[in-house]
Design a protein around this ligand. Structure first.
Ligand SMILES: [Zn+2]
Length: 346
């Protein structure tokens, strides 16, 4: 019977291959990081015991890819689930369905990493599930002050917004906000004004995972209109001081810790290029046309000069046209000046 012969040969071949592969590679250590999972859009991967990451569909270069909003992580504690980011209502429902395939525990906390629609407008979907919405106090304030008008504007293009209501944060925190039941630990941390004035990240120190919201993205997804790029660089430096192996960005693929440096390099290089142009008395258009960061195109598939709004934002910052205190707030939050600003120092 051929089967009896074929099977041992296959086993021997597999064994030989394993010996060869082991001899060919440096010896694995207990600390060797697991390879990152290969993920297609909307895939969910368990990246550590009880920690799931969903790679939501989005593309900065291919308009045929449907917009799936922000990425998500969720952490299954003993009795409940913690979700990072709320997304828009429609996408939140998709994520909720994905979560329910991984656990039947109740969702108790959802972190809005910041007040933008693809991270916060689905709050009502999670609240209906019994979750409490958590946000840094500045993000919560921005959602309160600016949310209604921005929601109204966004609802012109989104049926899901017309059918639901803007839900504000239930719990606000300064820094940090820690959830720990002895099995899982998640720390919501605020490093200062980066993508917005109220960004929070979710840090899992035991598992060395950092979910950054849009304070760090993997690809050409940086909206910089509410940002403070000098402070953003310092925030990323603060995150680099954390013991991190895996970064779950707000948009784009799961990455290693070096994504923080790559993201930082974009802002540092962009600031340097714009400054060089200003020193040479060039106009904004001339500066934008001359932006040449080949490594950025290699990383994102898009030339840095194509992101003209980002060049303009940095130009406005360096020429004193941006009032960072008021950024993202129109009208400014009442006690805005009481907020800690810039790098917090952790
Ligand atoms: Zn955002």
């Amino acid at each position: 019977m051929p089967r009896r012969i074929v099977l041992p040969v296959a086993v021997v071949a597999a064994f030989a291959l394993a010996v060869y592969a082991a001899a060919d590679r440096p010896a694995a250590t207990a600390d060797a990081p697991k390879p990152l999972p290969e993920m297609k859009f909307d895939d969910v991967a368990e990246i550590a015991p009880g920690v799931f990451f969903r790679y939501s569909s989005i593309s900065a270069t291919d308009p045929t890819i449907p917009f799936g909003g922000s990425n998500h992580a969720w952490v299954v504690f003993k009795d409940y689930v913690v979700v990072v980011d709320a997304n828009f209502p429609k996408e939140a429902a998709d994520v909720l369905a994905a979560i329910k395939k991984t656990t039947n525990k109740p969702i108790r906390y959802v972190l809005d990493t910041h007040h933008h629609g693809d991270h916060a407008y689905g709050n009502s979907v999670w609240a209906r599930e019994g979750a409490r919405i958590v946000a840094h106090k500045t993000a919560a304030r921005l959602l309160k002050v600016n949310g209604p008008k921005q929601w109204e504007d966004a609802s012109k293009d989104r049926e899901d917004l017309r059918k639901t209501e803007l839900k504000q944060a239930d719990v606000t925190f300064d820094d940090p906000y820690v959830l720990d039941d002895g099995t899982q630990r998640v720390e919501f941390r605020h490093f200062g004004h980066s993508h917005t004035a109220g960004d929070a990240v979710a840090y899992l120190p035991k598992l060395k995972i950092l979910c950054t919201g849009d304070a760090c993205v993997n690809g050409s997804f940086n909206y910089m209109g509410h940002s403070n790029t000098a402070s953003w660089i310092k925030c990323l430096e603060g995150m680099e001081k954390l013991d991190v192996d895996v970064v779950g960005p707000g948009h784009g693929k799961l990455a290693r810790k070096d994504l923080l440096a790559t993201q930082k390099r974009y802002f540092a290089d962009l600031r340097a290029e714009v400054k060089k142009g200003l020193d040479a008395k060039k106009s904004l258009d001339e500066i934008a046309a001359g932006i040449d960061l080949p490594w950025y195109k290699e990383w994102t598939g898009k030339a840095a000069k194509e992101n003209k709004d980002n060049v303009k934002h940095v130009y406005d910052e360096l020429t004193g046209k941006v009032d960072h205190d008021r950024l993202g707030a129109a009208p400014p939050p009442l006690d805005w000046r009481a907020e800690p600003r810039g790098f917090v120092g952790r």
